[in-house]
Design a protein around this ligand. Structure first.
Ligand SMILES: *Cc1c(COP(=O)(O)O)cnc(C)c1O
Length: 433
């Protein structure tokens, strides 16, 4: 470490050394394509499709990709394309960021939250099937879509989820916003379901400053998504509308950043995996801290079933571990929110809620912040969020338990080997002997 201690952030955007992002953005200006579509968008879409279609064994898929203004917009349009309407139900992983489930409510539909399995922290296939059967019994209808989420990049059990979805004829919208470039059986996440969601927000695997995309199975789906993303215009010499559309297309300026970022995507993925490996090695002998690892199963061809991009590295801390400063946590109402730089946060009266990380986990966050290391709690499950208090949930206690003991560690291109050593040393220092 240098004299001046830098802050080690959770995950930061990182541009190519060659400055390709600025080159393509400049091209947009030079050619006067400063609009929501244009050559950068089409090329970025082709790059994304090429990336998504290349399986590890050399075989190729033929998915299409449509670029949009955000990952949240991608979830929204995928739901519309799956026919989700007022009053319908959609099964969605509870353990996730709110963007997986909020678009369901935009449509007046109802999320049915599905808890996680221990190994991957993602949608539990058994609970999913139980929920599907139970919803049919209780409402007379099957849920209209299934949304599994690649939490922190970790693949869900694609095999079992797809088998269940096919059995009941329900389309799958894969939320691979955090799982860009993660693979299952050598195939990129987002290519298994009817749709795959990608996000290029500032802190994801690659960024366009803000943006997203949908991986689609057919030209028909891709065209339908593009139509809805551009205000659903019918073919007349004037504006004629037969359906409600949205202004969700990606701008040609943002797509220029995306084109540049595609040149570093493979390097980013490799670096995230490297950082995870180093944490695994250095935390191996720290008792009662458990790094979240991917299942080590291989398929019949000797290919890893689970191949995470390790967007963020996550861990859990046993409840009986004492952390410095633990007695003083949750005493004061704070003024900011997690991820606080963006937008406005609503002030609150209480420093606590009825479901929050354990005191030692919060103490570790505070301790690490004092060491200029950003640690964050894991996502709070949606079925524990006040805004979803009335939603139906099929639970097994796993996501709630992980929320209490879990935390995220910095990863990504800016995190050096020295940083990982420093972070692990800080964690050791935080533990009261
Ligand atoms: C980031 C994210 C999204 C959506 O992303 P935006 O591009 O920020 O709209 C969706 N789902 C999950 C799980 C995410 O982490």
């Amino acid at each position: 470490m240098s004299e001046e201690v830098k802050t080690i952030y959770l995950c930061l955007a990182h541009m190519s050394e060659e400055g390709y992002e600025q080159k393509y953005v400049k091209e947009a200006f030079d050619t006067n394509w400063v609009v929501p579509m244009g050559p950068n968008v089409y090329t970025f879409e082709q790059n994304l499709a090429d990336f998504s279609n290349a399986n590890l064994d050399g075989s190729k898929l033929d998915r299409k990709v449509v670029c949009l203004s955000a990952g949240t917009a991608a979830v929204h349009l995928a739901l519309i394309a799956c026919g989700v309407q007022l009053g319908d139900e959609v099964c969605v992983q509870s353990f996730t960021f709110c963007a997986s489930s909020h678009p369901i409510t935009y449509l007046g539909a109802k999320p049915v939250f599905i808890d996680s399995e221990k190994e991957t922290w993602n949608m539990d296939p058994e609970l999913l099937e139980k929920a599907i059967i139970d919803r049919k019994e209780k409402t007379g209808k099957y849920p209209k879509a299934i949304i599994p989420v690649a939490l922190y990049g970790m693949p869900y059990d694609c095999e079992r989820i797809m088998v269940i979805a096919d059995k009941y004829g329900i389309p799958v919208i894969e939320d691979a916003a955090e799982g860009m470039g993660s693979r299952y059986n050598g195939q990129v996440l987002g290519t298994f379901g009817r749709f795959g969601v990608l996000s290029f927000n500032g802190n994801k695997m690659i960024t366009t400053s803000g943006g997203g995309a949908l991986i689609c199975r057919s030209d028909e789906d891709a065209n339908n998504i593009m139509w809805h993303a551009t205000q659903a215009r019918d073919a007349y010499p004037y504006y004629q509308h037969t359906e409600i559309g949205y202004n969700y297309r990606m701008s040609n300026v943002c797509a220029g950043i995306g084109r540049g970022q595609m040149t570093v995507l493979d390097a980013h993925i490799a670096h995230h995996k490297h950082v995870q490996e180093l944490y695994e090695e250095l935390l191996a002998d720290v008792p009662r801290i458990h790094l979240h690892k991917q299942p080590s199963e291989e398929n019949e061809n000797g290919v890893k079933k689970y191949d995470s991009n390790f967007w963020l590295c996550a861990a859990t801390l046993d409840e009986d571990v004492k952390i410095q400063g633990q007695k003083n946590v949750y005493k004061e109402v704070i003024k900011t929110a997690v991820g606080g730089v963006s937008g406005v946060v609503k002030s609150v009266d209480s420093a606590v809620t009825d479901c929050q990380p354990n005191d030692n986990v919060e103490a570790l966050r505070v301790f690490m912040a004092g060491k200029k290391v950003e640690c964050r709690p894991v996502w709070k499950p949606m079925h524990k969020q006040p805004v979803y208090a009335n939603a139906v949930a099929y639970t097994n206690g796993i996501s709630e338990e992980i929320f209490k003991v879990g935390f995220c560690l910095p990863a990504g291109p800016y995190v050096t080997d020295d940083d990982v050593h420093y972070i692990v040393d800080c964690i050791k220092e935080a533990i009261v002997k």
